[in-house]
Ligand binder design. Structure first.
Ligand SMILES: Cc1ncc(COP(=O)(O)O)c(C=O)c1O
Length: 378
Protein backbone atom coordinates (compact mmCIF):
# COMPACT_ATOMS: atom_id res chain seq x y z
CA UNK A 1 0.00 0.00 0.00
CA UNK A 2 1.29 3.48 -0.90
CA UNK A 3 0.67 6.20 1.66
CA UNK A 4 1.28 9.91 1.64
CA UNK A 5 3.90 10.81 4.22
CA UNK A 6 3.14 14.52 4.80
CA UNK A 7 -0.07 15.20 6.75
CA UNK A 8 -1.20 18.00 4.39
CA UNK A 9 -0.83 15.73 1.40
CA UNK A 10 -3.36 13.27 2.79
CA UNK A 11 -6.09 15.91 3.04
CA UNK A 12 -8.79 16.50 0.45
CA UNK A 13 -8.31 20.25 0.77
CA UNK A 14 -6.06 22.49 2.81
CA UNK A 15 -5.36 26.21 3.17
CA UNK A 16 -2.07 27.37 1.69
CA UNK A 17 -0.15 30.22 3.33
CA UNK A 18 2.56 32.24 1.61
CA UNK A 19 4.30 33.31 4.83
CA UNK A 20 3.20 36.95 5.01
CA UNK A 21 -0.20 36.37 6.63
CA UNK A 22 0.98 36.23 10.27
CA UNK A 23 2.68 39.63 10.13
CA UNK A 24 -0.42 41.07 8.46
CA UNK A 25 -2.72 39.80 11.22
CA UNK A 26 -0.32 40.87 13.96
CA UNK A 27 -0.36 44.41 12.65
CA UNK A 28 -4.17 44.49 12.79
CA UNK A 29 -4.25 42.89 16.24
CA UNK A 30 -1.86 45.53 17.54
CA UNK A 31 -3.92 48.32 15.97
CA UNK A 32 -6.86 47.45 18.25
CA UNK A 33 -9.45 47.80 15.44
CA UNK A 34 -10.94 44.50 14.31
CA UNK A 35 -14.19 45.44 12.56
CA UNK A 36 -14.70 46.81 9.05
CA UNK A 37 -11.78 49.27 8.82
CA UNK A 38 -9.48 50.86 6.24
CA UNK A 39 -7.75 47.44 6.05
CA UNK A 40 -11.02 45.95 4.77
CA UNK A 41 -11.39 48.81 2.31
CA UNK A 42 -7.85 48.30 1.01
CA UNK A 43 -8.69 44.63 0.43
CA UNK A 44 -11.88 45.62 -1.42
CA UNK A 45 -9.95 48.05 -3.63
CA UNK A 46 -7.27 45.47 -4.43
CA UNK A 47 -9.82 42.77 -5.30
CA UNK A 48 -11.68 45.28 -7.50
CA UNK A 49 -8.44 46.16 -9.33
CA UNK A 50 -7.56 42.49 -9.71
CA UNK A 51 -10.97 41.70 -11.22
CA UNK A 52 -11.17 44.87 -13.28
CA UNK A 53 -14.47 46.01 -11.72
CA UNK A 54 -15.39 49.41 -10.24
CA UNK A 55 -16.18 48.16 -6.74
CA UNK A 56 -16.33 45.16 -4.43
CA UNK A 57 -18.35 44.73 -1.24
CA UNK A 58 -16.48 42.49 1.20
CA UNK A 59 -18.53 40.42 3.64
CA UNK A 60 -17.97 37.83 6.35
CA UNK A 61 -18.48 34.67 4.23
CA UNK A 62 -19.58 33.32 0.87
CA UNK A 63 -22.93 32.38 2.40
CA UNK A 64 -23.39 35.97 3.64
CA UNK A 65 -22.46 37.20 0.15
CA UNK A 66 -25.16 35.02 -1.47
CA UNK A 67 -27.81 36.00 1.08
CA UNK A 68 -27.11 39.74 0.88
CA UNK A 69 -26.88 39.60 -2.94
CA UNK A 70 -30.29 37.90 -3.21
CA UNK A 71 -31.85 40.48 -0.90
CA UNK A 72 -30.22 43.34 -2.85
CA UNK A 73 -31.60 41.82 -6.07
CA UNK A 74 -35.09 42.10 -4.56
CA UNK A 75 -35.61 38.36 -3.99
CA UNK A 76 -38.24 37.89 -1.32
CA UNK A 77 -40.95 35.61 0.12
CA UNK A 78 -42.99 33.81 -2.55
CA UNK A 79 -40.16 33.94 -5.11
CA UNK A 80 -38.34 30.98 -6.59
CA UNK A 81 -34.60 30.93 -7.22
CA UNK A 82 -33.16 28.35 -9.63
CA UNK A 83 -30.12 26.58 -8.19
CA UNK A 84 -28.35 23.33 -9.11
CA UNK A 85 -28.86 20.59 -6.53
CA UNK A 86 -25.18 19.78 -7.06
CA UNK A 87 -23.72 22.48 -4.80
CA UNK A 88 -22.75 23.08 -1.21
CA UNK A 89 -25.84 23.43 1.01
CA UNK A 90 -24.87 27.08 1.63
CA UNK A 91 -26.29 28.09 -1.78
CA UNK A 92 -29.69 26.69 -0.82
CA UNK A 93 -29.63 28.04 2.74
CA UNK A 94 -28.93 31.54 1.37
CA UNK A 95 -32.08 31.30 -0.80
CA UNK A 96 -34.15 30.19 2.20
CA UNK A 97 -32.63 32.95 4.36
CA UNK A 98 -33.83 35.48 1.77
CA UNK A 99 -37.35 34.10 2.33
CA UNK A 100 -37.53 32.52 -1.14
CA UNK A 101 -37.74 28.87 -2.24
CA UNK A 102 -35.16 26.90 -4.22
CA UNK A 103 -36.15 25.37 -7.55
CA UNK A 104 -33.53 22.74 -8.20
CA UNK A 105 -32.05 22.48 -11.67
CA UNK A 106 -30.03 19.73 -13.33
CA UNK A 107 -26.45 19.87 -14.62
CA UNK A 108 -24.32 18.80 -17.56
CA UNK A 109 -22.46 15.67 -16.34
CA UNK A 110 -19.32 16.66 -18.26
CA UNK A 111 -18.86 19.91 -16.30
CA UNK A 112 -21.20 19.50 -13.29
CA UNK A 113 -22.47 22.99 -14.14
CA UNK A 114 -25.96 23.97 -15.20
CA UNK A 115 -26.57 25.17 -18.78
CA UNK A 116 -28.72 27.82 -20.46
CA UNK A 117 -31.10 25.11 -21.77
CA UNK A 118 -31.56 23.51 -18.35
CA UNK A 119 -32.17 26.91 -16.76
CA UNK A 120 -34.68 27.88 -19.43
CA UNK A 121 -36.61 24.62 -18.99
CA UNK A 122 -36.81 25.12 -15.22
CA UNK A 123 -38.07 28.75 -15.21
CA UNK A 124 -41.52 29.33 -13.73
CA UNK A 125 -43.78 32.33 -13.23
CA UNK A 126 -42.29 32.72 -9.75
CA UNK A 127 -38.61 32.70 -10.77
CA UNK A 128 -36.98 36.01 -9.82
CA UNK A 129 -33.34 34.90 -9.75
CA UNK A 130 -31.02 32.22 -11.11
CA UNK A 131 -28.03 31.09 -9.08
CA UNK A 132 -25.53 29.30 -11.35
CA UNK A 133 -22.82 27.51 -9.35
CA UNK A 134 -19.39 27.75 -10.98
CA UNK A 135 -18.50 24.18 -10.05
CA UNK A 136 -14.78 23.53 -9.62
CA UNK A 137 -13.99 27.07 -10.79
CA UNK A 138 -15.53 26.89 -14.27
CA UNK A 139 -17.25 30.03 -15.63
CA UNK A 140 -20.85 29.59 -16.83
CA UNK A 141 -22.06 31.44 -19.91
CA UNK A 142 -25.78 32.24 -19.78
CA UNK A 143 -25.56 34.62 -22.78
CA UNK A 144 -27.96 32.49 -24.91
CA UNK A 145 -30.78 33.23 -22.43
CA UNK A 146 -29.60 36.67 -21.25
CA UNK A 147 -32.35 38.53 -23.17
CA UNK A 148 -35.04 36.20 -21.90
CA UNK A 149 -33.88 36.66 -18.29
CA UNK A 150 -33.68 40.44 -18.74
CA UNK A 151 -37.16 40.66 -20.24
CA UNK A 152 -38.59 38.74 -17.31
CA UNK A 153 -36.63 40.77 -14.76
CA UNK A 154 -34.75 37.68 -13.52
CA UNK A 155 -31.44 38.44 -11.79
CA UNK A 156 -28.36 36.25 -12.15
CA UNK A 157 -26.68 35.82 -8.76
CA UNK A 158 -23.55 33.79 -9.47
CA UNK A 159 -22.27 31.44 -6.79
CA UNK A 160 -18.60 31.83 -7.67
CA UNK A 161 -17.36 30.42 -4.34
CA UNK A 162 -15.03 28.09 -6.30
CA UNK A 163 -14.09 30.47 -9.06
CA UNK A 164 -11.95 33.32 -7.76
CA UNK A 165 -9.43 34.17 -10.49
CA UNK A 166 -11.17 32.22 -13.28
CA UNK A 167 -12.07 33.70 -16.68
CA UNK A 168 -14.88 33.08 -19.11
CA UNK A 169 -14.08 31.97 -22.65
CA UNK A 170 -13.83 35.59 -23.83
CA UNK A 171 -11.02 36.20 -21.34
CA UNK A 172 -13.15 38.29 -18.97
CA UNK A 173 -12.66 37.52 -15.27
CA UNK A 174 -15.49 35.91 -13.33
CA UNK A 175 -17.00 38.87 -11.45
CA UNK A 176 -16.59 41.24 -14.41
CA UNK A 177 -19.46 39.81 -16.46
CA UNK A 178 -22.12 42.25 -15.27
CA UNK A 179 -23.88 39.72 -13.02
CA UNK A 180 -24.19 39.91 -9.27
CA UNK A 181 -21.25 37.66 -8.45
CA UNK A 182 -20.49 36.18 -5.02
CA UNK A 183 -17.11 34.81 -3.93
CA UNK A 184 -16.11 32.84 -0.85
CA UNK A 185 -12.74 33.39 0.81
CA UNK A 186 -13.23 30.48 3.23
CA UNK A 187 -10.31 28.39 4.56
CA UNK A 188 -9.73 26.17 1.52
CA UNK A 189 -10.74 28.48 -1.32
CA UNK A 190 -8.42 29.65 -4.13
CA UNK A 191 -7.81 32.75 -2.01
CA UNK A 192 -8.48 32.60 1.71
CA UNK A 193 -9.22 35.30 4.29
CA UNK A 194 -9.60 32.56 6.94
CA UNK A 195 -13.30 33.27 6.54
CA UNK A 196 -14.73 35.86 4.19
CA UNK A 197 -16.59 36.62 1.03
CA UNK A 198 -17.27 39.34 -1.49
CA UNK A 199 -20.06 40.57 -3.76
CA UNK A 200 -19.58 42.35 -7.08
CA UNK A 201 -22.52 44.75 -7.46
CA UNK A 202 -24.03 45.51 -10.88
CA UNK A 203 -24.14 49.27 -10.39
CA UNK A 204 -23.23 51.92 -7.77
CA UNK A 205 -26.74 51.97 -6.23
CA UNK A 206 -26.57 48.22 -5.67
CA UNK A 207 -23.13 48.71 -4.10
CA UNK A 208 -24.60 51.25 -1.64
CA UNK A 209 -27.52 48.93 -0.86
CA UNK A 210 -25.13 46.03 -0.18
CA UNK A 211 -22.92 48.14 2.10
CA UNK A 212 -25.99 49.08 4.16
CA UNK A 213 -27.23 45.49 4.19
CA UNK A 214 -23.92 44.12 5.46
CA UNK A 215 -23.81 46.55 8.40
CA UNK A 216 -27.18 46.18 10.13
CA UNK A 217 -28.80 48.81 7.93
CA UNK A 218 -26.54 51.58 9.24
CA UNK A 219 -25.13 54.19 6.89
CA UNK A 220 -22.29 55.71 8.95
CA UNK A 221 -18.95 53.95 9.37
CA UNK A 222 -17.82 52.84 12.83
CA UNK A 223 -15.41 55.80 12.93
CA UNK A 224 -18.20 58.27 12.05
CA UNK A 225 -20.53 56.71 14.63
CA UNK A 226 -17.85 57.00 17.32
CA UNK A 227 -17.46 60.70 16.52
CA UNK A 228 -21.17 61.43 16.80
CA UNK A 229 -23.90 61.31 19.44
CA UNK A 230 -26.26 59.48 17.12
CA UNK A 231 -26.41 57.38 13.97
CA UNK A 232 -29.01 56.31 11.45
CA UNK A 233 -30.46 52.89 10.74
CA UNK A 234 -32.09 53.27 7.34
CA UNK A 235 -32.95 49.70 6.29
CA UNK A 236 -33.08 46.06 7.31
CA UNK A 237 -29.59 44.67 7.55
CA UNK A 238 -27.33 41.87 8.69
CA UNK A 239 -24.11 41.56 10.72
CA UNK A 240 -21.97 40.62 7.72
CA UNK A 241 -18.86 42.85 7.67
CA UNK A 242 -15.43 41.45 6.83
CA UNK A 243 -13.18 41.89 9.88
CA UNK A 244 -9.89 43.72 9.32
CA UNK A 245 -8.17 40.56 10.64
CA UNK A 246 -9.62 38.50 7.80
CA UNK A 247 -9.10 41.25 5.25
CA UNK A 248 -5.40 41.42 6.19
CA UNK A 249 -5.04 37.70 5.42
CA UNK A 250 -6.78 38.23 2.08
CA UNK A 251 -4.53 41.13 1.13
CA UNK A 252 -1.43 39.09 1.96
CA UNK A 253 -2.79 36.19 -0.13
CA UNK A 254 -3.77 38.32 -3.11
CA UNK A 255 -0.18 39.49 -3.56
CA UNK A 256 0.69 35.83 -4.31
CA UNK A 257 -2.34 34.91 -6.38
CA UNK A 258 -0.26 34.28 -9.48
CA UNK A 259 1.33 31.35 -7.60
CA UNK A 260 -2.11 29.94 -6.79
CA UNK A 261 -3.09 30.17 -10.44
CA UNK A 262 0.05 28.47 -11.72
CA UNK A 263 0.12 25.78 -9.09
CA UNK A 264 -3.60 24.87 -9.27
CA UNK A 265 -3.56 24.69 -13.07
CA UNK A 266 -0.39 22.56 -13.06
CA UNK A 267 -1.86 20.22 -10.46
CA UNK A 268 -5.09 19.76 -12.41
CA UNK A 269 -3.17 19.06 -15.63
CA UNK A 270 -0.96 16.54 -13.81
CA UNK A 271 -4.09 14.72 -12.66
CA UNK A 272 -5.56 14.88 -16.18
CA UNK A 273 -2.46 13.29 -17.70
CA UNK A 274 -2.08 10.69 -14.96
CA UNK A 275 -5.75 9.66 -15.18
CA UNK A 276 -5.77 9.25 -18.97
CA UNK A 277 -6.60 5.69 -19.90
CA UNK A 278 -7.89 4.60 -16.47
CA UNK A 279 -10.85 2.41 -17.44
CA UNK A 280 -14.25 3.79 -16.46
CA UNK A 281 -12.80 6.97 -14.95
CA UNK A 282 -13.94 10.32 -16.40
CA UNK A 283 -12.54 13.65 -15.31
CA UNK A 284 -15.06 16.47 -14.80
CA UNK A 285 -13.81 19.25 -17.06
CA UNK A 286 -13.02 22.58 -15.33
CA UNK A 287 -11.83 24.32 -18.53
CA UNK A 288 -8.33 24.60 -17.11
CA UNK A 289 -7.16 27.08 -19.78
CA UNK A 290 -9.55 29.68 -18.34
CA UNK A 291 -10.02 28.56 -14.73
CA UNK A 292 -8.16 28.61 -11.49
CA UNK A 293 -9.32 25.10 -10.56
CA UNK A 294 -10.74 24.61 -7.10
CA UNK A 295 -11.64 20.90 -7.26
CA UNK A 296 -10.57 17.84 -9.19
CA UNK A 297 -13.57 15.51 -9.52
CA UNK A 298 -13.85 12.23 -11.40
CA UNK A 299 -16.72 9.87 -12.02
CA UNK A 300 -15.81 6.31 -11.23
CA UNK A 301 -17.53 2.91 -11.04
CA UNK A 302 -18.20 1.44 -7.61
CA UNK A 303 -17.50 4.79 -5.99
CA UNK A 304 -18.22 3.92 -2.35
CA UNK A 305 -15.80 0.98 -2.33
CA UNK A 306 -13.08 2.94 -4.16
CA UNK A 307 -13.63 5.84 -1.73
CA UNK A 308 -13.26 3.48 1.27
CA UNK A 309 -10.16 1.75 -0.09
CA UNK A 310 -8.46 5.03 -0.92
CA UNK A 311 -9.29 6.49 2.50
CA UNK A 312 -7.87 3.33 4.04
CA UNK A 313 -4.69 3.94 2.03
CA UNK A 314 -4.44 7.43 3.56
CA UNK A 315 -5.64 9.33 0.50
CA UNK A 316 -8.03 12.18 1.34
CA UNK A 317 -10.72 11.57 -1.25
CA UNK A 318 -14.10 13.24 -0.77
CA UNK A 319 -17.49 13.78 -2.38
CA UNK A 320 -18.68 17.13 -3.74
CA UNK A 321 -21.61 17.06 -3.23
CA UNK A 322 -24.40 14.85 -1.89
CA UNK A 323 -27.24 16.43 -3.96
CA UNK A 324 -29.31 18.96 -2.05
CA UNK A 325 -32.72 17.96 -3.41
CA UNK A 326 -32.22 14.65 -1.55
CA UNK A 327 -31.32 16.33 1.75
CA UNK A 328 -34.01 16.08 4.44
CA UNK A 329 -34.10 19.85 4.97
CA UNK A 330 -34.79 20.51 1.30
CA UNK A 331 -36.93 17.45 0.44
CA UNK A 332 -40.12 19.44 -0.10
CA UNK A 333 -38.48 21.06 -3.13
CA UNK A 334 -37.24 17.76 -4.60
CA UNK A 335 -38.01 17.08 -8.25
CA UNK A 336 -36.45 14.57 -10.64
CA UNK A 337 -32.95 15.57 -11.75
CA UNK A 338 -31.69 12.64 -13.82
CA UNK A 339 -28.10 13.75 -14.42
CA UNK A 340 -27.56 14.87 -10.82
CA UNK A 341 -29.02 11.63 -9.46
CA UNK A 342 -26.97 9.52 -11.84
CA UNK A 343 -23.78 11.32 -10.80
CA UNK A 344 -24.50 11.29 -7.07
CA UNK A 345 -23.16 7.76 -6.55
CA UNK A 346 -20.27 8.06 -9.03
CA UNK A 347 -18.44 11.28 -8.14
CA UNK A 348 -15.18 11.25 -6.25
CA UNK A 349 -13.16 14.35 -5.36
CA UNK A 350 -9.40 13.84 -5.42
CA UNK A 351 -7.07 15.64 -2.99
CA UNK A 352 -6.58 19.10 -4.48
CA UNK A 353 -4.59 21.87 -2.80
CA UNK A 354 -1.31 23.71 -3.16
CA UNK A 355 0.67 21.52 -0.77
CA UNK A 356 0.47 18.61 -3.19
CA UNK A 357 3.42 17.56 -5.31
CA UNK A 358 3.41 15.66 -8.60
CA UNK A 359 4.42 12.58 -6.63
CA UNK A 360 1.34 12.93 -4.44
CA UNK A 361 -0.83 13.03 -7.55
CA UNK A 362 0.82 9.90 -8.95
CA UNK A 363 0.40 8.08 -5.62
CA UNK A 364 -3.28 9.03 -5.57
CA UNK A 365 -3.79 7.75 -9.10
CA UNK A 366 -1.82 4.57 -8.33
CA UNK A 367 -4.11 3.88 -5.35
CA UNK A 368 -7.16 4.53 -7.51
CA UNK A 369 -5.91 2.12 -10.17
CA UNK A 370 -5.23 -0.46 -7.45
CA UNK A 371 -8.74 -0.07 -6.02
CA UNK A 372 -10.25 -0.42 -9.50
CA UNK A 373 -8.19 -3.50 -10.37
CA UNK A 374 -8.97 -5.14 -7.05
CA UNK A 375 -12.61 -5.02 -8.11
CA UNK A 376 -11.88 -6.50 -11.54
CA UNK A 377 -10.00 -9.37 -9.90
CA UNK A 378 -12.99 -10.25 -7.67
C1 LIG B 1 -20.44 26.25 -3.91
C2 LIG B 1 -20.34 26.99 -2.60
N1 LIG B 1 -21.23 27.96 -2.34
C3 LIG B 1 -21.19 28.67 -1.19
C4 LIG B 1 -20.23 28.41 -0.23
C5 LIG B 1 -20.27 29.18 1.05
O1 LIG B 1 -19.11 29.91 1.31
P1 LIG B 1 -18.65 30.16 2.83
O2 LIG B 1 -18.17 28.86 3.38
O3 LIG B 1 -17.57 31.19 2.69
O4 LIG B 1 -19.84 30.69 3.56
C6 LIG B 1 -19.28 27.42 -0.45
C7 LIG B 1 -18.25 27.13 0.57
O5 LIG B 1 -17.74 26.11 0.76
C8 LIG B 1 -19.34 26.68 -1.67
O6 LIG B 1 -18.46 25.70 -1.93
Amino acid sequence: MTTLSRPDAARNASPYLYGTEVAAITEVLESGHYGHTAVTETFERQVADFLGVPEVVAVSSGTAALHAALVAAGVTAGDEVLVPAMTFCASVQAILAAGAEPRFVDIDPATMCTTPDLVQEALTERTTAVMPVLFGGRAIDLTPIANLLDQRGIAVVEDAAHAFGSHDNTGRKVGASGHLTCFSFGPIKNLTCGQGGAIIPRNPEEGDRLRTLRLLGMVESAADRAASTTYQVTATGFRYPLSALNAAIGTAQLAHFEEATTSRRALWRTYRDALAGLPGVELVDVDVEHSVPHLCVVTIPDRDRVWAEMRHAGIGVGVHYPPNHLQPAFARWARPLPATEQLAGRILTLPFHQHLTEDDVHRTVTEMRRALTTEEAR
